[in-house]
Design a protein around this ligand. Sequence first.
Ligand code: CO
Ligand code: CO
Ligand code: CO
Length: 510
Amino acid sequence: MEKDVCLCAGERLSDDVPAGGQARLTKLVKNAGCASKIPPADLQRVLSRLPAITDPRLLVGSATADDAGVFQTSADLCLVQTVDVFTPSVDDPYTFGRIAAYNSLSDVYAMGGRPITALSIIGYPIHTLGDDWMYQMIKGGMDALQEAEVILVGGHSINDEEIKFGFAVTGVIDPKAVITNSGAQPGDVLILTKPIGTGVIAFAAQMGRAGEEAQRAAAASMTALNRAASEVMVKMGAHACTDVTGFGLLGHLYQMVRESRVGAEIWWNSIPLLEGTADYASNGMVSGAAERNREYAAEIVEAADDVPEYALDILYDPQTSGGLLFSVPGETLDEVLAELSAAGCAEAAVIGRISDDSRGRILVTNHPTQVNQGRRKKRPNAAPVAERQGHEPQQTVPAEQEPCCEGGTLHETDVSAESAFQRFMSTALGPGALDVIQKELTTIALSVAIQCEPCLKLHLKKALSMGITTEEIQEAAWMGVAFGGCKAMMFWNEQSRLLETISSEAASNK
Ligand code: CO
Ligand code: CO
Ligand code: CO
C-alpha cells in the first residue's frame, strides 16, 4: 500500500523511476494529450444534429471524418485546413510545444498536402504558472514549424485554468492528388509508420509509473515529423490514408473501413509498439479515453482467441502525434517499405490488410508468420523475446511484492498464478453487459467496500479521465460504504480528500 500499487487491479510493483527534477505538465491536467478529446460517440451525437455544409468547392468536409478539410480555390489548387488543440502529453513545456505542432501538421500530411502557414492557439493559467513555460511551449512549436518550413502567421491566447496548445494549419494540394480515408480497396495492405503506445505511456507517467526510457522513446516518436512518410505514401499511390491520433489505431481504422465500405484484418503480432507499452497496459495503465474509443468502434471489431485482452487496450489507445496509417496495393508492399526505410521511417510496418468483408468488420488476429521480422530495426532495450511472442509482457516479480488487500495470497515466486490472475482481472473488468462507465463506478464502490487505497486512487483517476463526474463517484463510493459498514465509512471519509485533490490538481498544483 505504501508503494501506491494496486495488486488487486492487476498492477505490479516496479522499480521504474518517474522522471523528476523537471516540470510535470501532465500532472496539471485531467487528461493528457489527445486523451483530452471529447469521446467520439458523444461528438458524433452532437455533430449529427448540425446541418450539413454543401458547396461544390468543398471537396472534403466534416461529413466523412477525414483528417482535414479540402477546399478548391482554382482548377489546380486546393487549400487543406485543420486545427488541433490539446492538453500536455509530456512534462517538458518545450517538447510539448513541438509535439503540438507536429500533431497539427500531421493532418495535412495525412491528406497528401503540403502545409504552408499556421496560427497558434494557447490556453494558459498565466497568473499561477508565470510566463516561462508559455514561452517554452510557443518556442517549441515555432521550432517544429520551422523544421517543416511552415510560417507562423499569428495566434490567439486564453487565460485558462488548464494548459492547452495547438495550431490551425493551412496547406496546399493539387485537387487530383487528394488522399482521403475513403479509398481503401480489398487487396490493399495496411502500413503504419510509427509505433503505438503514447497514451499508455502518458497515463503510466501520470500515475508515476513510467520508466524514463519509455518516456524518452514516446517523446522521440511524437516529435518525428510525418512529412517524409506522407511523401512516400503520395509517391506510391496510396488509396487511403489517415493519421493515428486520439481515437486510437482501431478508432481511426474504423473510420477508414466505414468510409471505404470495406473490411480489414489487423495482425497484433505485427504492430510496432513503443517500449514499455505492453508491460504498462497489461498492468492496467489504460486511460479512460481508450475505453471510450473501444465503446465507439467495438461494434465492428472482432478479436481472435489468441489475442490478449490488453492488446485491444493498446489498439484503442489514444495516440498523440501518431504515425500515418495508409493502404496501398499489395503488390507494391516491398517497394513501399524500402522507400519508407530510406526516408527514415525505421519503425514503419505492414500491420494488416483490407478485406472485402461486406459487413465491414475489423478482425484482430495474429499473423501466422511474423511479417515484419528482420525488417524492423531493433530498438535499444527492447525485449526481443517478448516481441517474438507477440508482445507478451515480462513476467518478473520484484522481491518486495506484497498484496495490497487483506486475504491476498500471491507469493513472490508464483509468476504463473499472478499472470493467470491478471488475465482473470482483465476479463472481469472488460466491457460486457455493463458498459465501461458502469464498470468503472462499480470498481470505486468495491474499492471503498474493501478499503483498498491504491485501488481507489487508480480508479478515481481513471473515472475522472473518462468524464465521470465527482457527484457520480461520490454516489458510487457511498454504495461501497453502505455495504462495507463503519470501517468503510471511516475509510471513505479519509479518502474522499483524494477525489478533491485529483479533480482539482490543475488549480492547486504549481
Ligand atoms: Co488526423
Ligand atoms: Co486532428
Ligand atoms: Co482572437
